[in-house]
Ligand binder design. Structure first.
Ligand SMILES: C[S@@+](CC[C@H](N)C(=O)[O-])C[C@H]1O[C@@H](n2cnc3c(N)ncnc32)[C@H](O)[C@@H]1O
Length: 264
């Protein structure tokens, strides 16, 4: 693993020790309807029973155990052993089965081609410099016709400060930046202690298409609150969406010019 991954692994291990945001395990309520808790948009259909699911960059004892409770055959990949330990603990408490693998999302060489029917990735591509590598690896391990559901930090949101100036929310960070974003204090937008990278729209949309996916749908989870106090998270969310979520389908061929679409 390289230095960015080492840094982020230690940062996330530490975040688990300190029980910081995004380290919470699934709740009792989540387990009442695990598929709904995982897939509010209904992109995965009515049942994922028996599907081979890769929960990528998804350690922490939430997505993995919920996929297992929904009947899937689950592999969780995460760079942080502390996050994976939570998956093992929740699975064991509930008598669920899952495979927890410590690896970086941009090197899935331990998995064969076309091994998964569904790859599900919560916000986590921001922790790797080159998102194209992640998409290439996901395309390789996804079966033809398989689904890749991923959520990302929206690039414009990463350019804008958390708090407004008298002129409003200002684009403070360059779009074509090189290297990680500047260090930040803890906020709902950025995870302090980690190295995070801005991925441009072209890298997200074009990268998915170039890797052999067709984008079938996209959502901007809404964090806008017109009644929220000035400068709060809900106020900021009224001006810029913090996240973007894609539903992408793996083409039958890696030759994206061939337009050999998946046929059911
Ligand atoms: C925001 S958390 C997402 C998981 C959490 N269960 C959730 O739903 O919020 C981001 C995850 O990405 C993981 N991560 C960071 N860098 C990674 C990498 N290079 N490869 C795999 N996982 C990584 C972190 O360890 C962390 O578990």
């Amino acid at each position: 693993m390289d230095t960015v991954h080492d840094h982020n692994r230690e940062a996330w291990d530490e975040r688990v020790r300190r029980q910081m945001p995004f380290t919470s395990t699934a709740t009792e309520k989540d387990f009442q309807n695990p598929l709904r808790a995982l897939d509010g948009a209904g992109w995965m259909g009515n049942s994922i029973a028996g599907k081979r699911v890769l929960a990528l960059g998804a350690g922490g004892g939430r997505q993995g155990p919920l996929f297992a409770a929904a009947g899937a055959i689950v592999t969780v990949v995460d760079v942080s052993s502390a996050m994976l330990e939570q998956d093992r603990a929740v699975a064991s408490e509930r008598g669920l089965s899952l495979n927890a693998v410590a690896a970086s999302m941009d090197d899935l060489s331990m998995f064969g081609d076309g091994l998964f029917d569904i790859v599900s990735q919560p916000v986590s591509t921001c922790y790797v410099p080159d998102v194209a590598k992640v998409f290439r690896e996901v395309a390789r391990v996804t079966a033809p016709g398989g689904l890749y559901v991923s959520r990302h930090k929206q690039p414009t949101s990463l350019q804008i400060d958390l708090k407004p100036t008298p002129l409003g929310y200002v684009l403070a960070e360059p779009y074509y930046r090189v290297g990680p974003l500047p260090p930040t204090p803890a906020s709902p937008l950025r995870e302090s202690g980690t190295l995070e990278f801005l991925h441009r729209w072209e890298e997200l949309l074009g990268g998915l298409c170039r890797s052999g996916f067709v984008i079938e749908d996209a959502l901007e989870p809404k964090h806008a609150d017109p009644l929220a106090p000035h400068a709060s998270w809900g106020h900021r969310g009224s001006y810029v969406a913090p996240y973007i979520q894609f539903k992408a389908r793996r083409l039958a061929s890696t030759d994206t010019n061939a337009v050999k679409l998946w046929a059911p």
